[in-house]
Design a protein around this ligand. Sequence first.
Ligand code: ZN
Length: 285
Amino acid sequence: MPGPVTDVHVHVQPWEMIRAPVLAAMRKGRSDLDEIERAFADPKVLLAHMDREGVERMVLINYESPDVMGFTTATNDWVLAYTATERARLLPCVGINPRFETDVRGRAERLADGGARLFKVHGPHMLVSPNSYLDRHPALADLYAVASARKIPVMFHTGTSIFKGARTKHGDPLQLEDVGVDFPDLDVIIAHGGRPFWTEQAFFLLRRFPRFHLDLSGIPPNRLLEWFPRLEEIDDRVFFGTDWPSPGIPSIAKNLAAIRALPLPPATIEKMLSSNALRVFPPAA
Ligand SMILES: [Zn+2]
């Protein structure tokens, strides 16, 4: 009997905050905008959608990026409020941008107290490098310290971003080597595995650091084994994720079916879809 599926990477966000060119890119070519907008207004609509798609739990990625994406720090409060009555199935992810927040430690503690299950550092959209606690943004070390102490993972965007104003250089996964060395107790999630041109670097880090995890979102399932031919070696630390409803991600169910059809051992697929996420994001007591 397969276990419940967790999608660790969906973008359920306050679209009313988003900047016009970014929103245009998000909406382009989607035939399901009505349902998406109803789901973003009402978690019950999202839960019904998840039931149809075959997903038990979702991690809702939010982070502060006022100048590139339009999301102020209120996006963090928004996702805590949106998920408040459905925390068994909807896990809130928040992100603090050290370019705008003067009390990163205090904010991180308050968001953790409010139920945040994951911190996101989106370098290309925050315009912050993950290892910039070593120079420009020392307060990032406070975020990693709070996350380590409270056993809350930190997810890093790695690889490219196509949105207007994004700077992909901040998505180079090799910067996470500093984080792995300096914060050995931190659970790190490498979103997108550095795709499309840093996947080897991402795999090197995944082998080097036992607390590093891979989130499959944004990786087309038909390219997964091309980019990560030795995926089975790290299959205890791989999470299913989709990036839905970002551009190019029409349906979670299709993505799920494509992962299930990969030439991998059933045990590996079960770990990626279900048991790894249950271990790292245990159901709330
Ligand atoms: Zn994403």
